[in-house]
Structure formats: structure tokens, C-alpha cells
Design a protein around this ligand. Structure first.
Ligand SMILES: Nc1ncnc2c1ncn2[C@@H]1O[C@H](COP(=O)(O)OP(=O)(O)OP(=O)(O)O)[C@@H](O)[C@H]1O
Ligand SMILES: [Mg+2]
Length: 402
């Protein structure tokens, strides 16, 4: 038989080969499953809290908490979509608005998105050019003049608190006081956060208003994660594609952290893609392990890329000197800086940078006793040197030194 052209081989495989993933969309993080397993109580509590809106009165403000991947966004969005269906059948001016503070990235963006979802046009609320106070005023005028009963859901609200602290803008306080400024209509707030400490950073006045009600999402158990996975892979994969040991391992790996359903689903998706690429008929435990490693490496690569040049140089210096003291690393770093015609930073600054890089888990340190010379700190890489080499090889400045 003739040697097959590599391109033809791949195209053949895609057309007639074994396809394991039949509906990738079902594993995407925005996909909303019909049934949300193990979250009946939480769905009931969120619904209960929002029920007054259907009678055109203001619901209490609500804070929803829980670790990442515990279904907070999913549950709240599900409840919103169900209420919207009911509202559409009435002529009540009720608006349920969802914004994500992390995605919007600015206070301005959050308020503009809120205004647009209330029905204001781009002309009423341009994407730039107004002051935050003015955007806020226009959004409130829209609520008041339309007599609208509005619910504003702010997902990842901790980012808004960070933004507010940076810009010295007390938008959250303004939002919690909005009802006092409204002659008609009302505004209720729902905040969602996976940062359990963010409450401590809130202004006490904001906290007392925002936290009128609270719902805590507990971590999923391994068994619950397994059921959730089973549900999500039915439909996403061809039937029987995922072997039971692979399913169990995937649930155990995600469940052992803190019951993170997102991690479980990501792991299964990546494992499925790897199995498919290999033209394997099933997803095995090996694929799950390989997927976990790949996801971990992707995180490390992203972290490495995000460093400024001198941090990158330090990492290369450690890689080259292999398990060495701050002094030795500094010497190797100075040498690298000279090769690249960069001014070297001071040893003091470099020592500080080493501690910062250590926090990311890319390097580790240990204290070594050196007899009468006292103690010294030694650093070494905590990730394989190959990852650093392959990541920095493509870097225009660093390509030649790794
Ligand atoms: N009970 C469940 N049944 C099916 N899928 C679920 C369930 N819980 C979570 N998921 C899925 O897991 C992923 C993470 O869920 P979600 O986005 O709701 O987490 P979260 O609590 O908002 O996390 P974060 O705090 O990181 O935003 C999503 O893809 C979601 O569809
Ligand atoms: Mg979320």
C-alpha cells in the first residue's frame, strides 16, 4: 500500500474516522444543561429570593457565595431565564439584567451594559465619553421614568470591589442607595462571588444593604461530580466513548480539589480531544491523566509568558545555574542581562523578585545552613526546564539565550 499523505490521512480521519465528541458545545462553559443536578435547594432559594419581582415589588438584595465551579453562575442564570419567560407573558415593566464584572473590566462598562439592557440606546449611553456619575444618573432615570422594577445581577462582584478601590469610586455604595433616589420603580442587587474574603473588604454600609440575604453554595462531593459529568457527557460524546474508570478518575481528580465542576468538565473535554486525535475508540484513564498534565502546562506557559523581561531572565538564570543561591543566580542574571544589552537591576530588587516568582509556583526555595556562614536561600525550578525552553524559544529577545 502506498504511503499515505499526512494531510489526506488527517482529512480522512476527520471525515470517516472515529468521532468521539459529537456535540462539543455541550461541554462549553456557557452551555446551560436542562437539568442542574444536586442544586435543587440552591435553585429554590434563589427563586424564592427573587419571587417578589413577579408581584412588582422589590426583592431583597442578595449575595451568592461559593468556591469556583460550584454552579453559582449556572443556577442564577437558569433562574433568571425562567423568570424572563414568565415576565414576557405579562406587560409588567420588569427587567432582569446580568453583568459580569470581570468581563466588563471597567465600572463604566458595567454601568453602560446595565443601561443598555434596560433599553437605553447607544445614543443615550455612548460606550465612552461620559463620567461614571452621569452614566449612573441616566440609568437611574431610565428605571424611574419607566417605573421599572429592575434586578441587577453582578457576577464576580469582587472585581467591582477591586476596581472601586483602585479608582476611589464608590459605585457599589451608590447602587445600594439607588432606591432612595428613585421616585418610581425599584432596583434590587444580586452579587455573586467566589472570593469568600471579599465581604471583609466591603464598606460596612454596603455590606449591610447588599447582604440582606445570603446563599452559600457548598462544594460538590466526588460522587456528585461524577453524576454531573455523566449527565454532561451523554450527548456530548458518542455513547460508550468514556470508559467507567476514566469517568471515575476525572471525578476524583476534580472532586479532590474542592468539588470544581468546571475543572471536571474541562478535563473531560481535553481528554476527549486527545483521544480523538489519536483515533482511539474510547477515552481512557490515560487520556484523563494526559489532559490534566496538558491543562497544568498551559497554565504554566501562560504564567511564564506574562512575566516582564527581567523576571524571565531570572527564571532562565535559575534554569542555567540549577539549584543555586541568590548570589549565584544574581551573577548568572547579570551575565544574561549583559548579553542582551540590558541594564541589570540591583541584587536587592532581584532578591525581592525571586520571592514574588516563588508565589506563582514556578520556582521553589529552601534554606540551607552553611556552618559559621549562617543560612542562605537556594532556589530551583519547580516545573520542567523543557517547558521554559519551549515557551521562551519563540520570544524575540530571549530566543538566543535559552
Ligand atoms: N450541577 C451541575 N450540573 C451540570 N453542570 C454543572 C453543574 N454545576 C456546575 N456545572 C458546570 O460547571 C461549570 C462551572 O459552573 P459555574 O460557571 O456555574 O461555576 P461558578 O460557581 O459560577 O464558578 P466561578 O465562581 O468560578 O464563577 C459550568 O460549565 C457549569 O455548566
Ligand atoms: Mg461564575
Amino acid at each position: 500500500m502506498a504511503v499515505q499523505d499526512p494531510v489526506e490521512k488527517m482529512l480522512d480521519a476527520a471525515q470517516n474516522g472515529m468521532s468521539l465528541l459529537v456535540d462539543r458545545e455541550k461541554l462549553h462553559f456557557t452551555y446551560m444543561p436542562d437539568v442542574i443536578q444536586h442544586r435543587d435547594t440552591e435553585q429554590e432559594m434563589v427563586t424564592q429570593s427573587l419571587l417578589p419581582i413577579l408581584k412588582r415589588s422589590r426583592p431583597s438584595n442578595l449575595l451568592v457565595y461559593g468556591k469556583p465551579g460550584t454552579g453559582k453562575t449556572l443556577v442564577v442564570r437558569k433562574v433568571l431565564s425562567k423568570i424572563r419567560v414568565r415576565v414576557a407573558r405579562t406587560d409588567f415593566p420588569i427587567r432582569l439584567v446580568y453583568v459580569n464584572a470581570k468581563e466588563e473590566t471597567t465600572t463604566y462598562g458595567i454601568l453602560v451594559s446595565f443601561g443598555h439592557q434596560l433599553g437605553l440606546s447607544e445614543r443615550d449611553l455612548p460606550p465612552t465619553g461620559l463620567s461614571i456619575a452621569e452614566v449612573f444618573r441616566r440609568a437611574l432615570v431610565a428605571v424611574g421614568s419607566g417605573g421599572i422594577n429592575a434586578v441587577l445581577v453582578i457576577d464576580e462582584i469582587d472585581y467591582l470591589v477591586h476596581l472601586a478601590a483602585r479608582t476611589k469610586n464608590d459605585v457599589l455604595y451608590q447602587l445600594t442607595r439607588a432606591n432612595e433616589r428613585l421616585k418610581a420603580g425599584s432596583l434590587a442587587l444580586v452579587g455573586i462571588s467566589n472570593d469568600l474574603t471579599f465581604k471583609e473588604r466591603l464598606d460596612a454600609r454596603v455590606l449591610s444593604t447588599l447582604g440582606e440575604e445570603e446563599i452559600v453554595f457548598t462544594n460538590y462531593t466526588v460522587e456528585q461530580i461524577r453524576r454531573i459529568l455523566e449527565d454532561r457527557i451523554g450527548g456530548a460524546f458518542v455513547s460508550g466513548a468514556v470508559t467507567p474508570p476514566a469517568l471515575n478518575l476525572c471525578a476524583a481528580m476534580a472532586g479532590s480539589q474542592h468539588g470544581d465542576a468546571r475543572r471536571a468538565i474541562d478535563l473531560m473535554r481535553v481528554a476527549g480531544e486527545m483521544a480523538e486525535r489519536e483515533q482511539s475508540g474510547t477515552v481512557t484513564e490515560g487520556h484523563i491523566r494526559a489532559a490534566a498534565q496538558k491543562i497544568e502546562e498551559n497554565k504554566e506557559v501562560a504564567a511564564l509568558r506574562s512575566y516582564p523581561l527581567h523576571e524571565k531572565l531570572l527564571i532562565v538564570a535559575i534554569m542555567r545555574s540549577g539549584g543555586s543561591s541568590t548570589g549565584e543566580i544574581y551573577a548568572a542574571y547579570k551575565e544574561l542581562a549583559r548579553t542582551l544589552r540590558q541594564d541589570a537591576l540591583t541584587q536587592r530588587r532581584v532578591t525581592q523578585m525571586l520571592s514574588e516568582i516563588e508565589v506563582s509556583g514556578i520556582i521553589t526555595s529552601r534554606l540551607v545552613h552553611q556552618g559559621m556562614h549562617g543560612r542562605t536561600k537556594k532556589y530551583k525550578l519547580a516545573i520542567p526546564a523543557e517547558i521554559i525552553k519551549s515557551t521562551f524559544e519563540g520570544d524575540l529577545t530571549l530566543g538566543d539565550v535559552v
